[in-house]
Design a protein around this ligand. Structure first.
Ligand SMILES: O=C(O)c1ccc(O)c(O)c1
Ligand SMILES: [Mg+2]
Length: 625
């Protein structure tokens, strides 16, 4: 089943779009009429460019306002179709999409619609052309693929079939099982698009917010599974109208497009229990370590910071300038090597988080799936086979190491000399990594989501718009099905938000904070304070509001205020407590959280308060400098 993409999905001139599609390995393209009309290339030249790139045109679209036109307009519309058939001959394509009529003058009478398609079918057959009828979700008389299928069935002409577009079907909540009524050989073409679940006018939603399968909230897997079930063997084609995709790198969108198609096809086959070409996604079983790159003074300063947060230096790498810090089940690594990846990352991004290690059951299977999805493996140059752990390139350039669950401890003992841990009496009660938070460019926001969803099968959870004093920050949580691995992605277009400053200062997207899970956050607060940790102070007003919202006694509110703690509850009384450290060199910071009961969120109501506090501290620092 070949992969295709509509030119409308990509930025640039028609030549640039074709090049991006070819480079990403697509078999064919849908030529969107406006892209051709605006191009300086004649249709035959476009055909030549496609053929040089190893592409062909699998669909010409759209042909609008066809069926049910009254009076003379009907003659005009047939004439227009003949001209487009000529053009298709020059382009070298035999398929055209007719979308359901939106014209206010069109007639909805079914017999007329059937007649019109019969005549079009005869004209198309004479030219060796196949016509596919697509229901636009906002079509004037026809807006549901079930109606299109019933018309196509009645037309009963071999040159007339149906085109299915997941957006139109799923946005109107048409059950995907209805596709079972359609024989595969009557499906002329299939277009796929996902979209975030928004309560919005259908046309506006479709023209501005579509995204790639796996980036939105529609059930594309179920949709594609129903299509596979029909026996359809034609292209799966991406038709993505998206404001951002029109302005960002066509290379990125095309590459992600390929990844999304491979991933959704794989998921659909799994749903049908059919054999697939790649290993199943494996959700991380947890984060095994977070690796920081820091050299010189920063290495010592960062180690000191870890110490104040309750960590102990427990290991030193046998051959490298790398130290291991531990608390509970959390490992932090400082890499101060004068060469290699950590150094390169440090040169670009400064002292920062350069890699994470995730625990998986079968690392090789993850590597194989990554390869099938076009995700590059990391191999240090000139040192083949020396990798203690396989690693993958993340979206922002940092690495994701894969640690096999049962081999984690052996790996540490093999690579690190133990450093006798001091006899600690002041346990800060950190048990695990609760979540990692990345800041990413808004242009790469969907790309990061696709990476984690397609490769690791993470699920999208809370999406929030958070108010930073300097603008809006979009936040999306992703997690493994059981919640053992959690990630939040944050992006902002505003210039001065904390997220944007991180991007500017750190030269691009990456991990901005690590949240540690504590089983007793008041003790964590007391111990870190006693160890001299620089923690974030929260406004007094917050605690007045907290007491009012949750009916706290003054004593309880004061206790939280003294600890600098944030608090939230879900509707079922499950609670969440949070503490934040101040940022290390204004770049990255740490959070401690305690989840009580089955609280699954991230304290969204507190995010604005925290950002305001961080913004206040930023002003103080800048004045002092
Ligand atoms: O938004 C539109 O008009 C439009 C045109 C052609 C399509 O295939 C489609 O899905 C939408
Ligand atoms: Mg469409």
């Amino acid at each position: 089943m070949p992969n295709a993409i509509a030119t409308v999905s990509l930025r640039g001139t028609l030549e640039e779009k074709l090049k991006a599609a070819a480079d990403a390995g697509f078999d064919s393209v849908e030529i969107f009429e406006n892209d051709l009309i605006g191009s300086a290339l004649r249709p035959a030249q476009v055909r030549g460019v496609m053929s040089d790139l190893g592409l062909h045109c699998s669909l010409y679209q759209p042909f609008r306002d066809f069926e049910g036109m009254p009076g003379d307009l009907r003659t005009r519309v047939m004439d227009r179709a003949e001209r487009k058939f000529d053009l298709m001959g020059e382009l070298g394509t035999d398929r055209i999409l007719v979308c359901s009529n939106c014209s206010p003058v069109s007639l909805g009478e079914r017999a007329r619609i059937v007649d019109d398609f019969r005549e079009l079918g005869e004209r198309a057959a004479a030219r060796g052309i196949l016509v596919g009828y697509e229901a636009l979700a906002w079509g004037r008389h026809v807006n549901d693929h079930r109606d299109v299928w019933s018309i196509v069935k009645e037309v009963d002409n071999p040159a007339i079939g149906i085109i299915l577009d997941s957006f139109h079907s799923l946005a109107r909540r048409v059950p995907s099982e209805s596709i079972r009524d359609i024989p595969g050989d009557k499906i002329v073409y299939v277009q796929l698009a996902d979209a975030p679940l928004l309560d919005m006018d259908l046309l506006y939603w479709s023209r501005h917010f579509r995204n790639l399968p796996g980036q939105g909230g529609l059930d594309l897997t179920g949709y594609v599974a129903e299509i596979l079930r029909t026996g359809y063997e034609g292209p799966l084609s991406l038709e993505i109208f998206n404001d951002r995709f029109r302005s960002i790198s066509s290379r990125l969108v095309a590459q992600d497009g390929r990844r999304s198609l491979e991933s959704v096809r794989d998921a659909a086959k799994r749903l049908l229990d059919r054999p697939t070409d790649m290993p199943a996604p494996q959700a991380p079983l947890g984060a095994e370590f977070v690796e920081f790159t820091a050299a010189g003074d920063d290495m010592a300063r960062l180690g000191d910071t870890f110490g104040t947060l309750g960590f102990s230096h427990v290991g030193s790498h046998r051959t490298k300038k790398v130290t291991r810090w531990r608390q509970g089940n959390v490992n932090l690594v400082i890499n101060a090597e004068p060469k290699g990846f950590a150094r390169s990352y440090r040169i670009v991004h400064g002292t920062s988080i350069c890699a994470i290690g995730v625990r998986v059951k079968d690392a090789q299977a993850v590597m194989d799936r990554a390869a099938a999805l076009g995700i590059r493996a990391y191999s240090p140059e000139g040192r083949p086979g020396r990798m203690a752990m396989p690693a993958l390139r993340g979206v922002g350039g940092s690495l994701v190491y894969l640690v096999e669950d049962d081999g984690a401890e052996a790996l540490w003992t093999r690579e690190f000399d133990a450093v006798p841990a001091p006899d600690l009496t002041d346990d800060a009660r950190v048990c695990n990594i609760d979540h990692l938070a990345a800041v990413v460019h808004n242009d790469e926001f969907l790309s990061w989501q696709l990476y984690w969803r397609a490769l690791f099968g993470l699920e999208g959870r809370d999406a929030n718009d958070v108010i930073d004093p300097s603008g809006l920050v979009h936040s999306q949580a992703l997690q493994s099905p059981g919640g053992a691995f959690r990630l939040t992605l944050n992006a902002s277009d505003a210039r001065e938000t904390l997220s944007s400053r991180f991007l500017a200062q750190g030269m691009g997207g990456g991990f901005q904070h690590v949240a540690f899970a504590s089983d007793d956050l008041f003790t964590t607060a007391a111990v870190t304070r006693q160890r001299g940790a620089a923690m974030l102070e929260i406004s007094e007003n917050y605690y007045d509001d907290l007491a009012a919202r949750f009916g706290f006694e003054e004593e309880a509110a004061t206790r939280m205020e003294q600890a600098g703690m944030l608090y939230d509850e879900d509707g079922d009384g499950n609670a969440y407590r949070q503490l934040y450290s101040r940022a290390f060199d204004k770049l990255f910071f740490f959070e401690f959280v305690e989840r009580c009961g089955t609280y699954t969120g991230y304290g969204a109501p507190n995010a604005g308060v925290r950002l305001a506090a961080q913004n206040r501290f930023r002003d103080v620092q800048e004045v002092m400098e």
